[in-house]
Design a protein around this ligand. Sequence first.
Ligand SMILES: [Zn+2]
Length: 223
Amino acid sequence: MTHDHAGAKEILQSGHPVLHKKAAPVPVQDIRSPKIQEVIKNMIATLESQADGVGLAAPQIGIPLRIFIVAGFVFDRMKKTTGSPHEIYINPVITKESKEKKWLDGEGCLSVRWLYGKVYRSTRVTLEAYDYQGNLRSRGAAGLLAHIFQHEVDHLNGILFTDKAKDLQEFDPEEIKEEIAKRKDGHFNTPRFEISESQSDKPDSGLVQIDLSDNEIDSDPEN
Ligand SMILES: [Zn+2]
């Protein structure tokens, strides 16, 4: 793929100090400023430069601010639509999380190439955040989106998934790129960060495929 990704920045890798520090909130009155809008543009270009990127946090491009984005195709996948815009979350706070947690398999990170592992996370969360225009919004998420929200908020607190993962495995990037290229739906997340999970309470159940369409993404988690 030889897309032009003007504005794309280098993605910092684990070990860089910015990735391991808590990021600062964006003053709300600055959200619409050219400076913050430029940061958002650069984040989008950077995410789009990565075939397997589902989300990106500002510290990953060296900006220590509480901003993350989620790729539009994640929403397309959930809503069975096309052309959903990327979503921008500024000063995000997880206001509710389900007591139900699962070891979700195959989590990876653009800043931890090319490791994948299992992470114990809530299956549903509610996130409150400002959008790119400075409007405060709240949304519930389940499945992959809940997973991404928790991964990205962790980034803003200086936590990488490898700080809490188990069964970490390293994969050959060429193999992953080939698998992504083969997929009919073009660029989705890595095959490892496919929407599958192993249920820790049922050790013999193996991998369970979650159909995102069964998850009501806009409703609140139960608790
Ligand atoms: Zn990450």
